[in-house]
Design a protein around this ligand. Structure first.
Ligand SMILES: O=C(O)[C@@H](CO)OP(=O)(O)O
Length: 237
């Protein structure tokens, strides 16, 4: 029975500053590093020894995964990075202050941009401060200029199917260190969460979400390893 742990990165500098982050490569705060180490301690206590860790190309996720593995004494675990596990691309909202944007456009509009399933924020202007086109990590890739959760899922899912699911099907345990919305996309897929219900799924930073899967990769049970910082989960199969 394969086990999967989904780990959202620890608190980032822009989580702290309440700015729309998306693909901007901000680092962890001290608190975020502490959360990553705590996640590693919880992973060790759960006796979890992944055969591989999958992560995004963004520092906050890669470092969270590395700090967690190091704390758990699992530094030999192979690490695979891919942009398709990145946070959802926040388009033209990237870099803006979330509270200020809500004052300007209204709470309701900002909630639609943040949590509706299929309405993306306005696109990022080419040549803007946050244009990722020249970033070598995305060279030769058809990258988006904004994403909803739906389009995030549409690029996460092929990666899940081609790289991650085969490992789990082979019986390997897997750790994924990624982001609030790329992980919400995986949770939506695994738990078959309806489009209008995924709005209620919030994954806390640095709290490992352990999922027991059956042979067809359907969740049998799931739990946050830090029960005090747990959030509601969709029903398992
Ligand atoms: O800013 C972001 O990229 C994400 C995650 O921190 O925010 P949100 O909670 O709006 O999905």
């Amino acid at each position: 029975m394969p086990r999967l742990i989904l780990l959202r990165h620890g608190q980032s500098q822009w989580n702290l500053e309440n700015r729309f982050t998306g693909w901007v490569d901000v680092d962890l705060t001290d608190e975020g590093e502490a959360q990553a180490r705590q996640a590693g301690a919880l992973i060790a206590r759960a006796g979890f020894r992944p055969a591989a860790m999958f992560t995004s190309v963004l520092t906050r996720a890669r470092r969270t995964g590395a700090l967690a593995l190091q704390t758990a004494g699992l530094t030999g675990v192979p690490v695979v990075e891919d942009w398709r596990l990145n946070e959802r691309h926040y388009g033209g909202l990237t870099g803006l202050d979330k509270a200020e944007t809500a004052r300007k456009h209204g709470e309701d509009q900002v909630k639609v941009w943040r949590r509706s399933y299929d309405i993306p924020p306005p696109p990022l202007e080419p040549g803007s401060e946050w244009d990722f086109a020249g970033d070598p990590r995305y060279a030769g890739k058809a990258i988006p200029d904004t994403e909803s959760l739906k389009t995030t899922l549409e690029r996460v899912l092929p990666y899940w199917n081609e790289a991650i699911a085969p490992r789990l099907m082979a019986g390997d345990d897997v750790l994924i260190a990624a982001h609030g919305n790329s992980l919400r996309a995986i949770v939506k897929h695994l738990f078959d969460v309806p489009d209008d219900k995924i709005v209620g799924v919030e994954i806390p930073t640095g709290n490992p979400l352990e999922i027991d899967l059956d042979g067809a990769l359907k969740p049998i049970s799931a739990r946050y390893l830090d029960a005090e910082r747990a959030q509601a989960l969709p029903d398992a199969a």
